[in-house]
Design a protein around this ligand. Structure first.
Ligand SMILES: [Zn+2]
Ligand SMILES: [Zn+2]
Length: 454
């Protein structure tokens, strides 16, 4: 997922703050967690190919006494630790990396390549921070396994493959995830973003948008570029679609909806590579993002309307089809669970380190693991919450151009950038603490069990 550049609400200034509070006993855990992070960062694997990543994660959890399942829905890892009666809480992290060439300049930068989807060779980088998510969940799982005196219930851990392709959660559920581990009552997850490390951010409403990806195919019969009046022209119709779609968000959606409609690729095929031939086929990919399912439905209807209108406007109309190839739900935390976790974070980090989150037009398949995915797993009452985790270290934050937090956030390399660079120790410390305190908010025996060491 890619957080956008909207600013967390409170204008963070990390350089003025004291060191982040730490969970008791966490300091000893951070060294192995950082080693795991550095290994994962150096050895990223693309969506669906996370064999080595999953193996490392599963081995870690096995050491801590979890019952570990491997190869769930591809390379998915699921683990369970029972500790008496109580709720079941699931911590979820993602296994996959991206086809991005790392340009951070750090000694642990990835130099790996892998076979790409088209049979080519592509660079691979943990540009979305999933390596940090895994290391934080691993450390939280170890902390909670060692401190079973502090909580009761069932702790579940999932390392999900193929999040970037929005297919891994579905694959794990279709492989019977919630029949093979105790079905959770609550699912918790976090995602890094380039606001200051040591902070977390919670949304009042949706954290992430829902999305639809559409494929549009426009077909004619091909012809000579010198006689365009004799040939239906798919490229001209497709170009009309691209420009007309730019008006959908601008003229059909309430500005408060923050609808995004982007034509993100346009390819011609069948002799579409030379100057004297009119291509027989044009293919577009279009992505829509919105914070309600109704707005997404309207965006899809608008794309269909525009495509068919542009195709039929020509004297020799090409044929046009619109197919939905991917859809993800809005990540909307359960209000009661989100409030409990936010309170736990405020108690641990201090209110100044817990900021607001305005919602990002990035997307996730996380909602499928909650009641929103009941069609896949049959448990409509599973609650979920999701918060954002700051990842920019103080030195990088100070060096970023900009007079205030909003300006800095526009210039700092964000997730999916080849220069996205989480601060290792601060991100792992706060991310692990955020997970542990959130889990204890549901599983803990009392309010004081995880007072920070100052
Ligand atoms: Zn991502
Ligand atoms: Zn991500």
């Amino acid at each position: 997922m890619t957080p956008d550049r909207r600013s967390p609400a409170a204008g963070p200034r990390p350089e003025r703050r004291t060191p982040a509070p730490a969970l008791p006993g966490l300091a000893e855990l951070l060294t192995p967690a950082a080693e795991l992070y550095l290994y994962l960062h150096r050895h990223p694997e693309l969506s669906g190919a996370e064999r080595r990543t999953a193996g490392r994660f599963a081995d870690w959890l096995t050491v801590d006494g979890y019952r570990v399942l491997r190869d769930v829905g591809g390379h998915g890892v699921a683990a369970e630790l029972r500790n008496g009666d109580g709720p079941a809480v699931l911590l979820r992290a993602e296994l996959d990396a991206l086809p991005v060439a790392e340009d951070t300049g750090v000694p642990y930068a990835s130099t790996l390549t892998a076979p790409g989807p088209d049979g080519d060779t592509v660079p691979v980088m943990h540009a979305c921070g999933h390596d940090a998510h895994l290391a934080c969940v691993a450390a939280a799982a170890r902390w909670l396994a060692a401190r079973r005196d502090l909580w009761r219930g069932t702790l579940l851990v999932v390392g999900q493959p193929a999040e970037e392709t929005l297919s891994g959660a579905r694959a794990m559920l279709e492989d019977g995830l919630y029949g093979r581990i105790t079905p959770p009552d609550d699912v918790l997850a976090q995602h890094t973003a380039p606001f200051p490390a040591g902070m977390v951010a919670h949304a009042d409403g949706p954290v992430l948008a829902g999305s639809v990806t559409l494929k549009v195919v426009v077909e004619g019969d091909g012809g000579h570029a010198a006689t365009p009046h004799l040939t239906a022209d798919p490229l001209l119709a497709a170009a009309g679609v691209v420009t007309r779609l730019a008006s959908v968000a601008a003229r059909e959606a309430d500005p408060a909806e923050r609808l995004v409609v982007t034509a993100s690729s346009l390819r011609t095929q069948n002799a579409g590579h030379t100057g004297n031939v009119i291509a027989a086929r044009a293919e577009l990919h279009i992505t829509a993002r919105a914070f309600t399912e109704a707005a997404l439905d309207r965006a899809v209807a608008a794309v269909r309307r525009v495509v068919h209108a542009e195709a039929s406007a020509a004297a020799l109309p090409p044929r046009a089809t619109v197919t939905t190839i991917m859809r993800s739900g809005v990540t909307l935390p359960d209000p009661e669970l989100a409030a409990a976790v936010r309170d736990a974070h405020r108690a641990h980090f201090g209110a100044g380190r817990v900021t607001g989150w305005p919602g990002s037009t990035a997307t996730e398949d996380f909602p499928l693991l909650t009641g929103a995915g009941a069609g896949l797993h049959g448990h409509p009452h599973i609650r979920g919450t999701y918060w954002m985790l700051g990842s920019t270290g103080p030195a990088q934050w100070s060096a970023a151009p900009g007079a205030n937090a909003a300006e800095k956030l526009r210039t700092l390399p964000a997730n999916h950038s080849p220069r996205y660079l989480p601060s290792v120790r601060l991100t792992l410390q706060s991310g692990t603490s955020a997970l542990v305190t959130a889990a204890l908010a549901r599983l803990g025996k009392g309010a004081d069990q995880c007072r920070p060491e100052r």
